[in-house]
Design a protein around this ligand. Structure first.
Ligand SMILES: Cc1ncc(C[n+]2csc(CCOP(=O)(O)OP(=O)(O)O)c2C)c(N)n1
Length: 638
């Protein structure tokens, strides 16, 4: 399909920065919204990326940059996956074509990328807290800019939103929170307040009053706005006393406005002009449609949250792999186990499809829980279940589980509760970049006393590890595995693994390679490059990061003078560190090289590209081994 040509557009061709927007009249914004949508869809259909959320905030983004003086006024986008149009309007129109590609712009907000990206994100529910920090600093410095947080209803399921609102209510800062309500998280949202709004919106009395207020808003103009504002405030006050006494946001100290149509750009501009002049904490609630635009997007908002390259007339993705993913293999194995064990309960935090728990959701819905974007709560919820003899399986991406570190320590591990942690997207995840790489889980899980920590070499071992975990009742146990395709090995029956037992997968004589998880296969595949140089490596699948296989390690240290550990985790405190500690404790003297993700944040790119860059692909591992054997300095490739 031919590429969308910006030069042929009426308005978009002349828009580079928000100042260009301000030259347009209100009616032009409507046409611009259509052009922006088309450009966004065309670009993402070619390179893939997040789509639905940005389509849903097209009018809001235009209105915000039209009304406010960015970057002096600060817009803080929650998560940041909905900020593609913000990027288009803030000097990155052409660069959109590089979004999430190696060396291209980030798929999220990034302070180093643009002064318009006020606060970096990727994880949800941070924007209101950040807004309060910025507004407090503003007041200290006696500056005079506006602070606006934009947060989705999905992100409002995270506790930090309420912690921040509670704090703002007490401090009474001038902050505008825009609640973008599209009833979707990635999956349909699980926000109980949604029912409250639904009831409210179908309440006749409320609607009568509300339409009066918004009729007035529509005719607001600068000349008579004061008078109208007073009338509006009176009506607004009466609505609240009649229909919404004790409304949650009001109780938290916010003036609540809405719900308003988030796709009417003209009205949005008028409303924001008004709200801009009001002091104190304000919450504007807008209703939008995720994927607003083509019918394939509005009909399937979950599918178009993030996409591989796709056909822009149908929304169908081009690339469909035939090899199963670790995610799917985990989801399938869990269903098999849960069917025979009524104590198994599956818990996830707003990622049913991403974690593979959609399978148990379908098969055994009463033992499936989506708790919202609430990883901390998910873990303590599991701890509670475990006290009553259930076997909770918390399936949470490695990067998001970082949020629940204290709950894992305090609520689970100290009480030795048998909670199973399943960490998907461990290691380098690719296009989502540094906020999403699962680079730290081996480190943060390993340091917890009593934790059992495993990583499978392939999907069969994942099945065995999950089975082993459901039988292990002595405390917490965790499994981590990477994003994407598994190895495609033939399915085996469940096998009980001995806790803390590694396996030697290939004998050798020159050095020992202790590998973990997906690095076992990469180490095996490095063989062909090693053989060329006549190097014979013994390759060990460690399986367990904790406890280590002490017996095997004694043997390896006694037989080899050179040992290398390979992991898809930071080299700080991970698997290699565990082996180094073991060697130090036992006075074992072989040369040890720890190879893994270096101690810095890794940018986005395809996982293959990143593995190559960090020398974690087969060729890279072979190179590191050769240099180690010849005692050359091991350095990163770039
Ligand atoms: C802590 C955390 N957990 C999970 C996610 C994965 N995630 C990304 S976007 C999203 C849904 C956000 O929904 P909402 O805030 O309503 O925005 P929408 O996409 O609907 O515009 C989720 C769960 C995340 N980014 N951060």
């Amino acid at each position: 399909m031919t590429e969308y040509n910006i030069n042929n557009t009426k308005f978009l061709k002349d828009i580079e920065y928000p100042k260009d927007l301000k030259k347009l009249n209100l009616m032009n914004l409507r046409e611009l919204a259509d052009e922006v949508r088309e450009y966004l869809i065309d670009t993402i259909s070619r390179i893939g990326g997040h789509l639905g959320a940005s389509l849903g905030v097209c009018e809001l983004t235009l209105a915000l940059h039209y009304v406010f003086d960015t970057p002096d006024d600060k817009i803080i986008w929650d998560v940041g996956h909905q900020a593609y149009i913000h990027k288009i309007l803030t000097g990155r129109k052409e660069q959109l074509k590089t979004i999430r590609q190696k060396n291209g712009i980030s798929g999220f907000l990034k302070r180093s990328e643009s002064e318009y990206d006020v606060f970096g994100a990727g994880h949800a529910t941070t924007s209101i807290s950040a807004a309060l920090g910025i507004a407090t600093a503003r007041d200290f410095s006696k500056k005079n800019f506006k602070v606006i947080s934009v947060i989705g209803d999905g992100s409002m399921t995270g506790g930090m939103a309420y912690e921040a609102m509670n704090n703002i209510g007490l401090l009474k800062k001038d902050i505008i929170v825009i609640l973008n309500d599209n009833k979707m998280s990635i999956a349909p949202n699980v926000w109980s307040l949604q029912n409250y709004f639904n009831d409210l919106m179908t309440n006749d009395t409320y609607n009568k009053f509300r339409s009066k207020v918004w009729e007035l808003t529509e005719v607001f103009d600068k000349k008579n706005s004061d008078r109208l504002r007073k009338v509006g405030a009176k009506i607004e006050g009466s609505i609240k006393s009649v229909v919404t006494p004790g409304m949650l946001f009001e109780a938290l100290g916010f003036r609540y406005f809405g719900p308003a149509n988030g796709h009417n750009v003209v009205n949005l501009v008028k409303m924001l002009e008004e709200l801009k002049r009001m002091p104190g904490p304000i919450l504007l609630h807008i209703i939008t449609e995720k994927g607003k635009g083509p019918s394939y997007a509005t009909d399937h908002p979950q599918k178009i949250h993030a996409l591989n390259p796709f056909d822009k007339s149908t929304g169908i993705e081009h690339k469909k792999s035939t090899v199963s993913t670790y995610t799917k293999e985990f989801g399938t194995a869990l269903v098999e186990l849960a069917k025979n064990d009524p104590k198994i309960i599956a818990v996830n935090a707003a990622m049913p499809d991403g974690t593979g728990l959609n399978l148990i959701q379908k098969e055994i819905p009463d033992r499936y829980f989506d708790v919202g974007i609430a990883e901390q709560h998910a873990v303590t919820f599991c701890a509670g279940l475990a006290t009553e003899g259930y076997t909770p399986v918390a399936a949470i991406y490695s990067t998001f589980l970082q949020r629940a570190f204290d709950q894992i320590v305090h609520d689970v591990a100290i009480q030795k509760l048998p909670v199973i942690f399943v960490m998907d997207r461990a290691g380098l995840v690719g296009a989502d970049g540094p906020t999403h790489h699962g680079a730290f889980d081996l480190t943060y899980m390993r340091l917890i006393p009593g934790m059992v920590l495993m990583a499978p070499k392939d999907e069969n071992e994942l099945r065995h590890m999950l089975f082993t975990a459901t039988r292990y009742k002595r405390g917490p146990i965790a499994i981590r595995y990477p994003r994407g395709n598994a190895l495609g090995v033939k399915k085996e029956d469940f096998n009980l693994l001995e806790i803390g037992k590694a396996e030697t997968v290939k004998k050798g004589s020159d050095l020992a390679v202790l590998a973990i998880g997906n690095m076992v296969q990469n180490s095996l595949d490095s063989e062909k490059y090693l053989e060329e140089s006549g190097i014979s490596a013994e390759i060990i699948n460690a399986r367990f990061i904790k406890p280590l296989d002490r017996e095997l390690l004694y043997d390896v240290f006694s037989r080899f003078s050179k040992i290398i550990t390979v992991e898809d985790n930071t080299v700080v405190g991970g698997f290699g560190s565990a082996v180094a500690e073991f060697a130090a404790e036992n006075n074992l003297k072989s040369d040890l090289l720890i190879h893994g993700i270096p101690d810095r944040f890794i940018e986005h790119g395809k996982p293959e590209e990143l593995h190559e860059e960090l020398r974690l692909d087969p060729k890279g591992i072979a190179g590191v081994i050769k240099e180690f054997l010849t005692k050359e300095k091991v350095a990163e490739k770039n």
